[in-house]
Design a protein around this ligand. Structure first.
Ligand SMILES: NC(=O)c1ccc[n+]([C@@H]2O[C@H](COP(=O)([O-])OP(=O)(O)OC[C@H]3O[C@@H](n4cnc5c(N)ncnc54)[C@H](OP(=O)(O)O)[C@@H]3O)[C@@H](O)[C@H]2O)c1
Length: 382
């Protein structure tokens, strides 16, 4: 039995994690759950799964806890995420919160010797070196397992390969809802249009990131850290059907791809059960009904996020943290209707220009770069 704490249990990944855990009650149990503000759903989940700990990280004043949940130790406020990561029982912490808010909790989980199952890509983008230093392989294998579908795919393709065996990572991208739109039309896309992802059903932030391709930008940086890849080894391939979740090209010319219907339950459960494969409830892939798999070159002119990711890798230091923070600000401002869609990438480009050279030697450096980038971004919201 593996005990798992789910940080962000009320979100898209968190809810799917609960689904797959419920399929395997003899393999996994939930030790802790956290939400930001969705108390009603968190209480329902606590009632169902009976974890010993739970937290509402967006609440500083404790709300009324229903009487029947007195068995659970509830925590409140932003520090509660770290407390749960550190103090919960069990071996694993699934980081499924959105944004850089997960960074300190991931580090806390590692300090407590827990294995981290990472969906929360912003954490690795902002604190790459620090997170990787905290996650050396242990006697029982990796202490950091990717949940993001592309990175899980790459990780699966690399199983059994020797060290330094791969030449390139082929990181697939659906292209999002604006894949075929021209630049002018995209500039004023509405929130509803940006939230209409053609193949994946996800939380709002990652869905907008997919439309701007900042999601792929974050994933390029995530791949650099997880697989120790040089920037020129990571190639983005637009694949609108989202059946090939990514591929790896090896030294001998072989290309191994991982395919399946787009469904996050597979990479979530694979991270939990690695190296074993368990029933996920995922629909079978029928290649005959898929018919065609197509691949296109990405267009960095319409999607400047991709260029910015490589620029952030070239700059090193806190550049990726700056890119992430400015994108978070821009993305949420767009979702609140404060800026047009096209403004998001301008805000990130400006923050990178100003603060892309900051260092990232410590958590304080990262906090400072994150704060400066957010301040610069907010200054441009107008
Ligand atoms: N969804 C996907 O298919 C998918 C695929 C690959 C990777 N990911 C990554 O997985 C992470 C989660 O994505 P998602 O789509 O599941 O997001 P989501 O649906 O928006 O859920 C986010 C979760 O985090 C909580 N949360 C929000 N802001 C927080 C904060 N400041 N501090 C602590 N907790 C906070 C939310 O609580 P409330 O419900 O109370 O707001 C919710 O439980 C992201 O990093 C995303 O990039 C997602």
């Amino acid at each position: 039995m593996r005990g798992i704490a789910i940080l962000g249990s009320t979100g898209s990944i968190g809810r799917q994690a609960i689904e797959v855990i419920s399929l395997h009650p003899h393999r996994f149990f939930v030790t802790a759950l956290t939400a930001h503000r969705n108390a009603a759903l968190l209480f329902d989940q606590v009632r169902l799964l009976r974890p010993r700990m739970a937290a509402l990280t967006g609440e500083t004043a404790p709300p009324d806890i229903p009487d029947d949940l007195s068995f659970c130790d509830f925590r409140f406020g932003p520090r509660a995420l770290e407390e749960v990561a550190r103090e919960s029982e069990g071996q694993d912490v699934l980081a499924a919160v959105v944004g850089v808010a997960g960074l300190k909790a991931v580090l806390a989980a590692r300090q407590a010797g827990k294995r981290v199952l990472l969906a929360n890509k912003e954490t690795l983008v902002a604190g790459g070196e620090m997170v990787m230093d905290a996650c050396p392989d242990g006697p029982d294998g990796p202490t950091l397992l990717p949940v993001d579908s592309e990175h899980s795919a790459i990780f699966q393709c690399l199983q059994g390969a020797g060290p330094n065996a791969y030449e390139k990572i082929l990181l697939t991208a659906s292209g999002g809802p604006f894949r075929t739109w021209d630049k002018e039309r995209m500039k004023n896309a509405t929130v509803e249009q940006a939230l209409g992802h053609p193949t994946w059903n996800m939380g709002a932030k990652i869905t907008v990131d997919s439309a701007s391709m900042f999601n792929k930008a974050l994933e390029i940086i995530e791949a650099k850290w997880l697989f120790r890849a040089r920037p020129e080894q990571i190639r983005v391939v637009v694949h609108p059907q989202s059946i090939v979740h990514s591929a790896v090209q090896f030294r001998d010319g072989a290309v191994i791809a991982q395919m399946g219907v787009p469904d996050m339950r597979l990479p979530i459960l694979y991270a939990m059960s690695y190296p074993e494969r368990l029933e996920t409830g995922v629909e079978e892939l029928d290649l005959f009904s898929v018919g065609q798999l197509t691949f296109e070159k990405p267009d960095p002119d319409r999607f400047p996020a991709l260029r910015m990711a490589y620029e952030a890798l070239r700059l090193g230091g806190a550049a990726a943290c700056v890119l992430n923070a400015a994108n978070e600000e821009g993305c949420y401002a767009f979702l609140r209707g404060e800026i047009p869609f096209g403004r998001i990438s301008e805000i990130v480009a400006d923050a990178l220009d100003r603060y892309g050279a900051l260092p990232a030697r410590s958590l304080q450096d990262i906090d400072r770069a994150d704060a400066l980038a957010r301040e610069a971004a907010r200054g441009l919201l107008g």
